[in-house]
Design a protein around this ligand. Structure first.
Ligand code: TYD
Ligand code: MG
Length: 457
């Protein structure tokens, strides 16, 4: 058997090393390695098995009746149910990650209160706050009347034993997984080994009891405590709760979901009385738009199944540096480089002596190539100083050849723009699914040269 030396585990990703090093080779995080006791072999995992056939096999088809009517636990918070794919699944485990203070506890307390008020049995286990503190928070949000059962506990064996005492809750919230510890694991709470061990015990309980388990995970940048990434592969769904400190709104995004799509987002606004749902995010993202400035274009995007309009801002300014700066917030850096190269090569623009800054207003992160056209329009507008018509929206993908390619679900984008009072859409020449165009004037472009000429005119 190999000699057991000290083990160093990356607190961000869980990679294991036998020698300390400054940077984790696996995830690139600095100073994230900490010494931990070697994970003890699971008792009975090896050697203890008698080799008798104890597992059972089931026919896939025969299970149909058992699964099809497993009801989803619908929280009634529309933006949350949208991201989970239509409600929580009994017996599943969901991880919600996010920066400390972003509002994870607030969101989950609201979900618990909504479910408890609807007659579901809900247990909220806080490892960070006392039950009194949790109650105070609930009171501030006007939820203290909801029959949520609270526990302030950090030992998973105790939690599992308590839950097993005939409570049979439909939903259990563990806030947070990093505060939990298991007596069967030697390492200190907050380390990778503890977080994994605790998660395993809780997941086992969820699978056997049929309760839906929600684990809260703090995302840490300094690696002082283990990040939620170390349990991501063990759970059924991973959601992340994001937001910018300066803005009141928060975005819930699916990263992994065994029971639904991952491209949906839920939008919330943090108020004095907890989180409120934003069912029309476009209006929020477009609020406070400065219409009379060059460099701004409204992109008609799609997040999951929902159209979302968002302003794209560009600033193109002469540089004083040898290598001009390119900075992007809310979009892919490489995608910006591509659009810039296409504009230089095919659009005749000279950007080599200019710094370029691109910002997606409101803290939203856009992943669609369909934003290319809006980005290009904002860049050309900033460079030339020509103000884009404020009542127009833009969408379309730009190819390396400079061709503007059609994108999916054009009709939904146009309807949303029309609903918000826009009058025209600048869009790809090809593609037929524009429907009736939502009553907008459709201006179609086949190549970036046409766009550049149009803005400059
Ligand atoms: P919290 O849910 O505790 O964050 P997390 O669990 O992700 O660490 O939210 C904390 C922040 O939210 C805190 O800065 C205060 C703010 N907040 C409000 O603005 N209004 C409220 O009603 C509540 C409960 C919190
Ligand atoms: Mg919290």
């Amino acid at each position: 058997m190999a000699k057991r030396g000290p083990t160093y585990i990356c607190q961000a990703c869980g990679a294991v090393y036998h020698r300390w090093q400054g940077k984790c080779d696996a995830c690139g995080t600095w100073s994230s390695l900490s010494e931990e006791a070697q994970a003890a072999p699971v008792p009975g995992a090896r050697g203890a098995s008698s080799g008798r056939a104890r597992g059972r096999v089931f026919a896939l088809e025969g299970l149909k009746g058992e699964t099809q009517d497993a009801p989803r636990i619908v929280s009634g918070i529309g933006e949350l149910d949208r991201v989970t794919g239509g409600g929580f699944v009994p017996g599943s485990v969901l991880l919600i990650g996010g920066d400390p203070g972003i509002g994870k506890s607030t969101l989950l307390m609201q979900a618990c209160a909504a479910l408890a008020s609807a007659g579901r049995r809900v247990v909220y286990v806080s490892g960070e706050e006392s039950t009194g503190q949790v109650r105070l928070r609930a009171e501030r949000m006007g939820l203290s009347e909801a029959p949520v059962e609270l526990a302030a506990e950090t030992n998973v064996e105790d939690i599992v034993a308590t839950l097993g005492q005939g409570l049979r809750p439909a939903l259990v919230v563990i806030d947070s997984i990093q505060t939990m510890w298991s007596g069967e694991v030697e390492s200190a709470p907050g380390t990778v080994t503890q977080v994994r061990g605790s998660a395993q015990a809780l997941i086992r309980h969820a699978k056997t009891s049929g309760a839906c388990m929600i684990l809260v995970g703090h995302v840490t940048k300094d690696g002082q405590i283990a990040g939620p990434r170390v349990v991501e592969h063990m759970v059924d769904a991973v959601l992340s709760f994001e937001g910018e400190g300066a803005h009141a709104f928060r975005i819930l995004r699916g990263q992994k979901n065994r029971f639904g799509a991952t491209d949906e987002i839920g939008v919330f606004e943090m108020t004095g009385k907890g989180l409120s749902e934003v069912s029309n995010p476009s209006a929020l993202f477009l609020a406070g738009r400065d219409q009379a400035a060059p460099g701004a274009a409204v992109f008609a995007g799609i997040e999951g199944t929902r159209p979302v309009l968002v302003e794209i801002q560009a600033l193109v300014a002469p540089t004083s540096l040898g290598t001009p700066r390119r900075a992007v917030v809310g979009w892919e850096n490489s995608r910006l480089s591509m659009v810039l190269a296409v504009l230089e090569t095919h659009g005749g623009l000279r950007l080599g002596q200019h710094d370029v800054y691109l910002n997606v207003a409101g803290g939203l992160r856009v992943n669609e190539p369909a934003a290319d056209l809006a980005v290009a329009a904002a860049l050309v507008s900033s460079l030339t100083g020509a103000i884009l018509p404020p009542e127009s929206v833009y969408f379309g993908e730009i190819a390396l050849s400079g061709a503007i390619r059609p994108v999916s679900v054009a009709a939904a984008r146009l309807r949303e723009a029309s609903k918000l009072g826009f009058e025209a859409a600048l869009m790809p020449a090809g593609g037929a699914d524009a429907g009736d165009g939502g009553g907008l004037a459709l201006r179609r472009f086949g190549h970036v040269t046409e766009l550049v000429a149009d803005i400059a005119a």
